[in-house]
Design a protein around this ligand. Structure first.
Ligand SMILES: Cc1ncc(C[n+]2csc(CCOP(=O)(O)OP(=O)(O)O)c2C)c(N)n1
Ligand SMILES: [Mg+2]
Length: 746
């Protein structure tokens, strides 16, 4: 226990009389601060005990970080400002208004746990009421969310009507709450500053002068790795000091008053709209990394003792006594009240029920809006002439067209334009998507504008302005991470990943954040947005890094809708559903199909939608079923037509269009009719998307099969530049033809 003998009752009276404040904090506020800091520490202690008794399953503490995180809470406004904390921020959350009981509900994994209903580990904060946004375990992902969240505040200032509720699409269910001067808080550890996402976030926050308070809680270690190994020169403040527009402070984060002063200045800088703030707080980590770690294995006693001398709890006690704010008796009384309260909370929480196992799939997707439902099944506008008979429009002879067939690229562009007109919440960003970042060139008509490397977003910046359509840095994680932050706030980012081949820097966001937000927060938060991705090969020269597929990696991720149209009209209808629905959607656009003659169509109108999970029978047949999607559709169609011509074999060709969800009913009905099936796809054969479809057919439709389930796909290698090699690698019409012929004859 700390030495409390410094208490002098005379000093209490003196200070009381003086009405002295400390960086603006009154004595009463300091007592409250101590109550919360002590509560935070004791909660960690209680949880550690519960873990040892095997009543909870994980523990990670906020010990040593209490002063600065509580100071942050005191400098900000819960339910008004926004918070992206990390696992050491127990005191922040207590300071914002979370209760110890709620935290213990998290520890036992109770159904009533407000952060996740028992789905996440303890100390993974989330509280809708307080604007504490659901956190994952990934170090660093939250920093980009905070940037997106702050961008939303900026955007809503410029578009105050965008947040209005509109029935009939996701806006009906997605609340928008903004004040204009709200500040976004994000915290991270010293080790986490090594993540690329940290630097991406710093770059954008700085460049856009966003109101984000970055708090680096530097306890000198990332598990066992000391700060000088993480950070060049051992000090992150030195490294970031060149970022413009920031308010920087490097402080002793174990001192509550110093911390409060710094946090207040940081928040004021942001609230005034000047730019972001960066508080680098030196703290301690007295309890090892987590209960699974024993720091004695890599930290000698001497170092640990040095830390202990700076413990914020004992420092605060001594400060209160020294300043005559509380005497020893007062501290004892306060601590007893806290301990008694915690005991009662522990007793109560051990009886808290857990969620029913039947609920495990709840909130994977929006419970409010089902994109597979008839609400998303609309007709082609009357003025348009494209039939929806499953055949590409340019092959429909005899149908009179009032408007010329357009490419898939044209119709995606037209759909984006109409949706942006209709919905002010939509923002479009990505690499090169703007017409011209230097707007004056456009204004002075010096340039025409680019609008995407494939021109899919051409003209959108000119039509809707640079705050709605803009270029991002080449930082794919930040494209998706910022989109998550914007979408959490209720906006609808429709972002572009320029090439599927370069999606990988965003993988953490695409696997562990975007599709998980709703599930892990038990429905409290969601991030519906659209990630458009140019995908695929058959480019004759595309080579390894401009030809990849890999859709199965994302269909393998629960919570993500994955769409892959093969023709212009489907692209328009499915993109509109993607934008209007309430789920995250990966919208895969095949580069080779963008401007093909195949699949051109007239624009189907500004309300044309196709529900997800509905396949299209491109060619009816009774002898064999071919299931495919994307650029294999036109190739398979050629093979199907040739077999019909040559041998009268009638093949049913199914274009899945939607990969998650997919249309099992159409598959099952077709296989039951034809008794033979090929699954064809452009990706490499092994572990590709079709492997799952083939496995399910073998499993559930075995009784209907007269032949083995066949797959036609790319060879299990990379895609080569030389067209002869590319042809040998990707599935060709001839490969499809031979496989169909063989299976039909089986
Ligand atoms: C992306 C990622 N990599 C690794 C981990 C495993 N991990 C969890 S915490 C941690 C150390 C973080 O250190 P720091 O940022 O300094 O925070 P501290 O725990 O010290 O407060 C690591 C490596 C993780 N959760 N996420
Ligand atoms: Mg650390």
């Amino acid at each position: 226990m700390p030495n409390r003998s410094h208490g002098k009752s005379g000093a209490v009276a003196e200070a009381n009389k003086a009405g002295k404040t400390y960086e603006g904090l009154s004595r009463q506020q300091l007592i409250e601060a101590y109550r919360l800091m002590y509560t935070s520490r004791r909660l960690d202690d209680r949880e550690i005990m519960l873990k040892r008794q095997q009543k909870i399953f994980f523990q990670i503490s906020g010990a040593g970080h209490e002063a600065v995180t509580l100071a942050a809470a005191m400098a900000m406004k819960p339910g008004y400002d926004w918070f992206f904390p990390y696992y050491r921020d127990r005191a922040l959350c207590l300071g914002l208004g979370a209760t110890p009981y709620e935290m213990l509900l998290q520890a036992v994994g109770a159904a009533e746990d407000p952060s996740s209903g028992g789905r996440q580990m303890p100390s993974h904060w989330g509280d809708k009421r307080l604007n504490v946004v659901t956190q994952s375990s990934c170090t660093g992902t939250q920093i980009l969310h905070a940037v997106g969240c702050a961008e939303a505040s900026r955007y809503l200032m410029l578009h105050p009507n965008a947040g209005q509720k509109v029935t009939g699409d996701y806006r009906e269910f997605k609340d928008v709450d903004f004040h204009g001067d709200e500040v976004t808080y994000v915290s991270l550890g010293d080790g986490t500053t090594s993540e690329g996402e940290f630097w991406e976030a710093m770059n954008s926050a700085s460049n856009l002068r966003l109101p984000v308070v970055f708090l680096v809680e530097d306890n000198g270690y990332a598990i066992s790795v000391p700060v000088e190994v993480q950070t060049a020169g051992g000090n992150i403040s030195r490294l970031v000091s060149g970022f413009p527009n920031f308010h920087f402070e490097e402080i002793d984060g174990t001192d509550p008053v110093v911390s409060y002063g710094a946090m207040s200045r940081a928040v004021a800088h942001c609230r005034a709209g000047v730019g972001p703030s960066f508080i680098h707080a030196h703290v301690i980590r007295p309890y090892s990394h987590s209960l699974s770690d024993d720091e004695k294995l890599y930290r000698p006693d001497i170092e640990r003792q040095r830390d202990a001398a700076r413990d914020p709890i004992s420092r605060m006690q001594m400060f209160l006594i020294r300043e005559g704010i509380l005497d020893e008796k007062g501290i004892n009384r306060l601590e007893k009240e806290v301990d008694d309260g915690l005991q009662a909370a522990v007793d109560q929480v051990l009886a808290a029920p857990v969620a029913a196992p039947e609920s495990i799939k709840q909130y994977l997707y929006s419970p409010d809006l089902d994109p597979t439902s008839p609400a998303f099944d609309t007709q082609v506008a009357a003025s348009q002439s494209t039939g929806d008979d499953g055949r590409p429009s340019n092959e429909q002879s005899g149908i009179e067209k009032k408007s010329a067939p357009k490419t898939m690229a044209d119709l995606i562009n037209a759909t984006l334009r109409d949706e942006m007109k209709r919905d002010e919440r939509i923002v479009v960003f990505g690499e090169d998507v703007a017409d011209c970042s230097r707007e004056e060139y456009l204004r002075q008509k010096m340039v025409k504008g680019k609008g995407g490397v494939f021109k899919l977003t051409a003209g959108l910046q000119c039509d809707f302005g640079s705050d709605r359509v803009f270029n991002s840095p080449i930082a794919e994680a930040s494209i998706v991470g910022r989109a998550v932050g914007l979408a959490v706030r209720g906006l609808k980012p429709v972002v572009e990943i320029q090439f599927f081949d370069y999606i990988w820097p965003a993988m953490m966001q695409l696997r562990n954040e975007l599709p998980v937000i709703r599930w892990r927060s038990n429905g409290a938060f969601s991030s519906p947005c659209v990630v458009r991705v140019a995908i695929g090969g058959y480019l004759t020269g595309g080579a390894i890094y401009h030809s990849q597929c890999g859709e199965s990696i994302f269909t393998h991720t629960p919570g993500m809708r994955v769409i892959f149209p093969s023709n212009a009209q489907d692209a328009a209808g499915l993109l509109r559903t993607a934008i209007r629905c309430d789920d995250p959607v990966m919208f895969l656009e095949h580069k080779r199909l963008y401007r093909e003659t195949f699949g051109r169509a007239a624009y189907p109108g500004p309300d044309y939608m196709i529900p997800f999970g509905k396949a299209k029978v491109v060619h009816p047949g009774s002898d064999l079923t071919v299931i495919t999607y994307g650029a294999v559709v036109p190739r398979a169609l050629q093979a199907v037509q040739r077999l019909d011509r040559e041998q009268g074999v009638k093949i049913e060709l199914i274009d899945l269009r939607s990969l998650n969800p997919y249309d099992w009913e159409t598959i099952a009905a077709s296989v039951a009719k034809t008794n033979r099936v090929i699954v064809a796809y452009e990706d490499t054969l092994s572990w590709g998307y079709g492997a799952e479809i083939a496995a399910r057919i073998a499993d559930e439709l075995f009784e209907h099969l007269d032949a083995p389930v066949k797959r036609v796909a790319a060879k299990d290698t990379f895609i080569a530049y030389q067209p002869v090699l590319e042809s040998a690698i990707l599935p060709q019409v001839q490969d499809l033809y031979l496989a169909m012929k063989e299976l039909a004859e089986y």
